[in-house]
Design a protein around this ligand. Structure first.
Ligand SMILES: NC(=O)c1ccc[n+]([C@@H]2O[C@H](COP(=O)([O-])OP(=O)(O)OC[C@H]3O[C@@H](n4cnc5c(N)ncnc54)[C@H](O)[C@@H]3O)[C@@H](O)[C@H]2O)c1
Length: 258
């Protein structure tokens, strides 16, 4: 039980990496409080956590672009469990359509990507740090960046937003280290999730051709699964990484090693 009785808030629990992390963390003994804009998807995650036999999870509807929503999400954890141990800022959205060129993005596209992917993470980091400082005995932040934030990989405004997440992670790791707060991020490759799919196509099994395309990005030859990211997040969230801060951990089947 790597997270026995730890109080963990995860954003974006309705799907993909957030859902897989909620299931894994609860099975490792954590009290998970999850937030998502999609109440129906979030409630389904609560059901899946229970089906997997994990500790009971709670769900709060939350839009990470709204700082008050993120504050309320953390307040919910505090009012139920009295403290916060781990904040996982996992929400991220893709470019409006795959393969979109830089010059095809208008300022609304830019604003949406920065609002959700960068400002959403900033809200989570800020509210968690305020709580950790009030508690006075450290804390852990796990952000979700992307391999696309470390190298050029299409979707330039998306990559810029994720590069910002990585820089926020490093800067905050230094700024908060003296308080015993650790801040790290995951940098996934191409994951087989609902990311970049229209909501009506979500949760359908992906055709083998699409999985092949996703896998072809990585030297190991297969798509990254949400569970691969959840396993890496578990390492960063738990005491296994107690002397690790400020890293951007690739979960990318070797993509960044090329
Ligand atoms: N899928 C990939 O190929 C890939 C690659 C690298 C990094 N990532 C990153 O991994 C993270 C998780 O992505 P995923 O693949 O699990 O995506 P996903 O689309 O499957 O899940 C994202 C979840 O976030 C929720 N969400 C979206 N906007 C929100 C908002 N404003 N407030 C609250 N919740 C919101 C969605 O409802 C959904 O449940 C993201 O940060 C993404 O950028 C994904």
């Amino acid at each position: 039980m790597l997270l026995e009785d730890k109080v963990v808030v995860i954003t974006g629990v309705g799907s993909g990496v957030g859902r897989a992390s909620a299931i894994l963390f609860a099975s490792e003994g954590a009290h998970v409080i999850g937030g998502d804009v999609r109440e129906d998807w979030g409630k389904e995650t609560v059901r899946l956590v229970s089906e997997a036999g994990g500790k009971e999870m709670s769900f709060v509807t939350c839009d990470v672009t709204q700082e008050a929503d993120v504050r309320d999400l953390i307040a919910n954890a505090i009012s139920t469990h009295g403290r916060l141990d781990v904040m996982m800022n996992n929400v991220g959205i893709s470019t409006p359509r795959p393969g979109m060129l830089f010059e095809e993005h208008d300022s609304d596209d830019w604003k949406r990507l920065i609002d959700v992917n960068l400002l959403g993470v900033a809200h989570g980091c800020k509210q968690a740090i305020l709580q950790f400082k009030a508690q006075g005995n450290g804390g852990v932040i796990v952000n979700t960046g992307s391999a696309a934030g470390m190298v050029g990989w299409g979707g330039v405004p998306y990559g810029v937003s994720k590069a910002g997440v990585i820089q926020m992670t490093r800067g905050l790791a230094i700024e908060t280290a003296s308080q015993g707060i650790r801040v790290n991020c995951l940098c996934p490759g191409a994951i087989d999730t609902n990311f970049a799919l229209p909501p009506e196509a979500a949760f359908q099994p992906k055709p083998p051709e699409l999985r092949e395309v996703l896998g072809s990005h990585h030297p190991l030859g297969r798509p990254i699964e949400a569970e691969d990211c959840a396993n890496a997040a578990l390492y960063l969230a738990s005491d296994l990484s107690s002397n690790v801060t400020g890293i951007a951990l690739p979960v990318d089947g070797g993509y960044l090693a090329r």
